[in-house]
Design a binder for this molecule. Structure first.
Ligand code: TYM
Length: 330
């Protein structure tokens, strides 16, 4: 059985962008793959975190996974820091990755824009190498992610190929899988940006734990345009197009069908209400399950079981790598 792996950072409340771009894909794929799903807490400290919040969020992210429909029957759930071997492999990868490759990472450029070197933690620079280790240590065949992470998965491919050519066939070269619709959910207030947990204002971000009133308010005040005509055009109508994409993804219909449903509607208020209804209809049952999952106390059991299997799989791979690199004694 082929393997799929993906991780999500616990650096803030999850957004509908995380859900549409990644978690929904996981749910669809879980039965057809040997699935590894992780909470990337080691990644999240590239920006300062409150340790108490981080502990709590690790568990909460896992509860969202389960509430969204992921099951321990199909998934090995783990917290990244429970499998410290990732960091050991990342060190080896850092030694075969050059600064030029990492300097080209778009996310690094965006996150460090306007900052002087003194204010940029090295971890922010080397973070994609740790992500490569997350992926390659499990020999993942596919990595479903939103489009913002595609470049990082491509770096993981390069690292796998580089290691394989230097030390002999060792790692599977993984494929990124990006959803056709919803690979980049945009901020509702500023559609030139992706919707992000760490946005400066929460107004353009729908969090999975937003209540119904907040969801409706955010959607009704989403930026649109002056045309007063619903249509899909990412360049000239990014706000409206973003809302149509959200609708299409949540209803699991193609973009043409979603566009046809609203085409020609001149009242943005009517259009936005339909989008808000759809988001509320999807998120409310997930929120209800989320509360139950946290209350039923199963999260720790899933994580203990998952960490055990993840350590076994990752441990075997790392032993092989250590031997190939020449560590220890022959
Ligand atoms: P993170 O935590 O920022 O996001 C988790 C997943 O959600 C997707 N995503 C989005 N998709 C569509 N629209 C959006 N607005 C949006 N915002 C986020 C992301 O693309 C991602 O798939 N580095 C990763 C976590 C990670 C990882 C890995 C992923 C660590 N190790 C190994 C895959 C494999 C990150 O920061 O994702």
């Amino acid at each position: 059985m082929k393997r799929f792996l993906s991780l999500v950072q616990p650096s803030g409340s999850l957004t509908i962008g995380n859900y549409i771009g990644s978690i929904r894909q996981f749910v669809k794929l879980q039965e057809s793959y040997d699935t590894f799903i992780g909470v990337a807490d080691m990644h999240s400290i590239t920006v300062p975190q409150n340790p108490e919040f981080l502990h709590r969020r690790n568990r909460e992210v896992l509860a969202w996974f389960v509430a969204a429909g992921l099951s321990d029957k199909h998934c090995t759930f783990f917290i990244q820091s429970d499998v410290r071997l990732h960091a050991e492999l990342a060190w080896i990868f850092e030694c075969i990755t050059n600064m030029g490759e990492l300097s080209r990472m778009t996310q690094f450029k965006v996150k460090t824009e306007g900052k002087t070197d003194k204010k940029i933690p090295c971890g922010l620079f080397t973070y994609p190498v740790l992500m490569a280790a997350d992926i390659l240590i499990y020999d993942a065949d596919i990595v479903p992610v939103g489009s913002d992470q595609k470049q990082h998965v491509e770096l993981a491919r390069n690292i796998a190929e580089c290691f394989n050519s230097r030390f002999g066939d060792t790692f599977v070269v993984p494929e990124p899988v990006i959803p056709n619709v919803g690979g980049r959910v945009r901020d509702l207030q500023d559609p030139s940006k992706k919707m992000s947990k760490s946005a400066t204002s929460p107004k353009g971000v729908i969090f999975l734990d937003d209540d119904e009133a907040a969801i409706r308010k955010k959607i009704s005040s989403a930026a649109t345009d002056m045309d007063a005509c619903v249509d899909y055009d990412e360049a000239s109508k990014p706000g409206v197009s973003n809302l149509i994409s959200i609708y299409a993804s949540l209803n699991e219909i193609g973009l043409p069908e979603a566009i046809a449903k609203f085409k020609g509607e001149t009242r943005y208020s009517v259009f936005k209400k339909a989008i808000a209804d759809c988001v509320v209809e999807h998120l409310m049952p997930i929120q209800e399950r989320y509360r139950k999952v946290l209350a039923d106390g199963m999260v720790d059991e899933y994580l203990d079981k998952g960490a055990k299997r993840a350590r076994e799989v990752a441990g075997r791979k790392l032993d092989e790598v250590f031997a190939k690199v020449g560590f220890g004694r022959a």
